[in-house]
Design a protein around this ligand. Structure first.
Ligand code: AMP
Ligand code: MG
Length: 353
């Protein structure tokens, strides 16, 4: 067991913040594992050049070693030592979306990062988080920081420091607690196709529509669905992620049909004595009967829903829900990322009614 320090910086003034982050950054420099808030979810950071430190990330999370890690930087100047020269489109995306929830996969420079970070690929995913505390910690550490989400592998990503501790207390050196994260879902992961096009490998905080403004020829990669024999372009997408402990089913279609289906299924499960959960939008919340009926807010405010999703999935675990039904939503804007995470949480049990 490791003692996990907690640095609470939510109400810290500038001096206190500097002092606490200096301690956390000091541990990162010495090969420590420190969880920290970003604008997406809490990340679990380690010096990306230090193989022993990066190895501890995989052990603490129970993460498969073929799933590469995203490297976080505080300044654009840090990029040149990490990646090979990149096309003007990549620079334009950085100008437009950094700091922000966009991870750009670029050809990695040999020998700089631990090979565990790239999981044997010739590329590395890099981003600059849009979060004051994260940027200050990264700058103070002064090195590229590999940081996957700070949860046990397969569990919902943490949007509060408490979630990090629920999963990783005693397994990591510390957590910087700065309250709830912003977007609530992970970054968008993209790669460039040629000089002018973008392929989205994982939908996230930066939307398809926003990327299409920068590069009209932006497409979404549907993983191995089309070419099942090929390795997915983004290895992490093949795992069942973000899942609550109960069995979740995602229900899509006309809203009256969705309500009828979930009511019938949840009713039958309750009669069998199962502990049930429903994840629904405010508009129809009152129509459901289950042991826990949790709200994602209004279906007209999907940004807020994104923010609520992971905490709700964890709440189902606390309630001991064995069977859970979730309403689907529009796939526009942040809805694409929300539906992607719900489908993953459902292990692709998606019902169209
Ligand atoms: P997480 O760290 O849990 O947010 O997951 C990181 C995601 O980024 C996973 O889906 C990875 O497969 C993806 N990723 C990281 N690096 C690369 C890369 N070099 N090429 C493609 N996908 C990557
Ligand atoms: Mg993750």
């Amino acid at each position: 067991m490791t003692t996990t320090n907690i640095w609470r910086v939510k109400k810290a003034d500038d001096d206190q913040l500097r002092e606490k982050l200096a301690e956390a950054a000091g541990q990162l420099k010495e090969g420590g594992l420190i969880a920290f808030p970003t604008e997406t979810v809490y990340g679990l950071g380690a010096d990306a050049r230090n193989t022993a430190a990066v190895e501890r990330i995989f052990t603490a999370k129970g993460r498969p070693s073929d799933n590469p890690l995203i490297v976080h930087i505080a300044y654009r100047e840090q990029l040149d030592e990490l990646v090979l020269p990149y096309p003007p489109l990549a620079a334009a995306l950085m100008d437009r979306f950094w700091p922000g929830p966009l991870t750009i996969v670029l050809p990695v420079r040999a020998g700089v990062l631990s090979p565990l970070v790239t999981a044997g690929l010739s590329t590395v995913g890099i981003r600059m988080p849009d979060h004051r505390t994260a940027l200050a910690l990264l700058a103070e550490a002064g090195c590229p920081i590999a940081a996957p989400s700070a949860n046990r592998s397969g569990r919902p990503s943490p949007t509060l420091a408490e979630h990090v501790l629920d999963d990783l207390d005693g397994r990591i050196d510390g957590v910087v607690d700065d309250g709830p994260t912003g977007v609530g879902l992970e970054s968008t992961v993209i790669e460039l196709v040629g000089e002018h096009s973008i392929r989205i490998l994982r939908p996230g905080g930066v939307t398809l529509e926003e990327l299409q403004q920068a590069a009209p020829a932006t497409t979404i990669d549907n993983g191995s669905a089309e070419e099942p024999e090929m390795a997915p372009r983004s290895p992490g997408m093949k795992y069942t992620h973000y899942a609550p402990q109960g069995e979740l089913e995602l229900v899509q279609g006309d809203s009256e049909a969705v309500v009828a289906y979930i009511r019938e299924q949840a009713g039958a499960a309750r009669e069998r004595g199962e502990i049930t959960g429903v994840l629904a939008f405010e508009e129809r919340l009152m129509r459901y009967e289950a042991d826990s009926v949790l709200s994602l807010g209004s279906e007209t405010e999907l940004d807020a829903a994104a923010h609520l999703l992971y905490a709700a999935l964890r709440d189902f675990d606390v309630a001991g829900a064995q069977r859970i039904w979730a309403e689907g939503c529009s796939g526009d804007g942040i809805g694409a990322a929300l539906m992607n995470r719900l489908a993953k949480a459902a292990g692709n049990r998606i019902i169209c009614v």
